[in-house]
Design a protein around this ligand. Structure first.
Ligand SMILES: [Zn+2]
Length: 231
């Protein structure tokens, strides 16, 4: 099996990683907006020729994924990074000083420039933790439930999760979204501490914690992908 195949589309040739999957039952295509990557999943009973035929049939789908992809925003001088709805310019400050600090709408980063991107990500993760953890505990308190632990991750397909033992996990990238969006995701996962499903009662619980969740859900649907494009 080759490592990649190339499909010609209306936006040019697209290279697709090939992955043989013993568990897959049919050929499928996957797209990861975090790194513009496509993957062609090939089950044991399909040939590479069949899989390539499938990918070619979906040339339009491949092109569309790339077309509606939000622009990538590197953590680099000149980039603008939103933090809870406010925009900040990234500027390299100099060799000495605190690693990252905020002043007059700028994110000033000191130290060697090759560490700038990592420093910004560390800063944003720390900020996300400082924003998310107290909100999670406060909202859980409203329901009389206990949060066991809050972990920050960088998942590609979900913004938060709740385990039966009371562990919550969130994407640090929520700090790049408006505050109501971050609060909604926290309220959603905290509500799962009381209702481990998406029933009417679950949504009534979310509404108690955070009215007008629809607005935040709509924002995530429309702009959520853009959060994966930073850094
Ligand atoms: Zn849920």
């Amino acid at each position: 099996m080759p490592a990649t195949v190339v499909v010609v589309t209306s936006v040019g040739p697209i290279e697709i990683a090939v992955r043989a999957s013993p568990r897959a039952s049919r050929v499928s295509l996957k797209f990861d907006p975090a790194d513009d990557g496509f993957e062609l999943v090939v089950p044991p009973r399909a040939s590479i020729k069949q899989a390539l035929g499938f990918a070619q049939q979906h040339a339009g789908w491949l092109a569309a994924r790339l077309k509606d992809l939000p622009p990538r925003v590197p953590f680099a001088p000149g980039s603008v990074v939103p933090i809870l709805g406010q925009s900040y310019w990234i500027r390299h400050f100099g060799d000495r000083g605190p690693p990252v600090f905020v002043k007059d709408g700028e994110l000033l980063v000191s130290g060697a420039s090759e560490h700038l991107a990592r420093r910004i990500q560390d800063f944003l993760r720390a900020r996300a933790r400082a924003e998310i953890v107290p909100r999670a505990f406060a909202l859980a308190g409203k329901l009389g439930r206990k949060v066991r632990r809050v972990t920050l991750r960088d998942p590609k397909t979900r913004w938060g999760s709740c385990a039966a033992n009371g562990d919550l996990a969130f994407s640090w990238r929520l700090v790049l979204a408006p505050e109501h969006v971050m609060t909604y995701v926290i309220a959603h996962e905290v509500a799962h501490l009381a209702e481990m499903n998406h029933s009417k009662r679950f949504w009534a619980t979310v509404d108690r914690l955070m009215p007008d969740a629809e607005r935040s859900k709509a924002w995530l649907k429309r702009h959520g992908k853009s959060l994966l494009r930073y850094g």
